[in-house]
Design a protein around this ligand. Structure first.
Ligand code: FES
Length: 182
C-alpha cells in the first residue's frame, strides 16, 4: 500500500470547505499546496501592482511633459539608471535639446549634481574633476566649484546653469534648467 504524499494533501483543520474558512486562515494555510498557491497569488499581485505603478508613472510623465510643452518649459527626461552611475563618477547627457550637453555627477549614495557642460565664459566644454571638487575649462583655465557650479578661478563670472533632478524608481530624471546670474 502506497503512503499518501503529505505535500499534496489539501485539508482544512476543521474539515469545513476552503471558502468557509476565515480570511486569516486562507492567508496563512497549513497545507503546502495551498501555501504555494498563496505565494504565487501574492507574487502575481505584487507584479500587477508594480506594473501598474510603472504604467501610472509613465502616464504621469507624459501628461506632465505635455503640460510643460504648453507652458514652454523643458520636459522631464530620464537621463540615467541609478545603477549605471557609481559614486564618484560622471556621465554626459543631452538636455533639454539633443545639442545641449550636460554633466551628471554622483558624489554620494544619494547625492546627485547636474550642470550644463558649456563654460559660461566662451562656451568651451568643461571637464569634471570630481576628486578635486571642481570643473575645469581647458580653454582659458576657468574653474567652477563642483557642488555649486559657481566660478572659483579664471575668466568665467557666471555659474554653470544647473539641471534640476528627480531620482526615483531607480532612475535619474532631468526636470528643468536653472539659469543663474550669480
Ligand atoms: S571658455 Fe571657459 S574659461 Fe574661457
Amino acid at each position: 500500500m502506497t503512503r499518501p504524499d503529505l505535500n499534496q494533501i489539501v485539508r482544512t483543520p476543521d474539515g469545513r470547505p476552503e471558502v468557509e474558512q476565515p480570511k486569516w486562515r486562507r492567508d496563512f494555510p497549513i497545507d503546502l499546496p495551498q501555501d504555494e498557491y498563496v505565494a504565487r497569488r501574492d507574487f502575481t499581485k505584487f507584479m500587477v501592482l508594480t506594473s501598474l505603478a510603472f504604467a501610472v508613472g509613465q502616464v504621469w510623465i507624459g501628461i506632465e511633459n505635455w503640460r510643460r510643452r504648453r507652458r514652454g518649459q523643458p520636459p522631464i527626461a530620464e537621463i540615467a539608471k541609478v545603477s549605471d552611475v557609481p559614486i564618484g563618477s560622471t556621465i554626459t547627457f543631452a538636455y533639454p535639446q539633443l545639442h545641449d550637453a550636460c554633466l551628471l555627477v554622483r558624489t554620494g549614495e544619494l547625492t546627485w549634481l547636474a550642470y550644463a557642460q558649456e563654460c559660461t565664459h566662451l562656451a568651451c566644454a568643461v571637464i569634471p574633476e570630481v576628486d578635486k571638487g571642481q570643473f575645469r575649462c581647458p580653454c582659458h583655465h576657468g574653474y567652477f566649484d563642483l557642488t555649486t557650479g559657481r566660478p572659483i578661478a579664471g575668466p568665467p563670472r557666471r555659474p554653470l546653469p544647473r539641471i534640476t533632478l528627480d531620482v526615483r524608481n531607480g532612475a535619474v530624471y532631468a526636470t528643468g534648467v536653472e539659469e543663474r546670474t550669480a
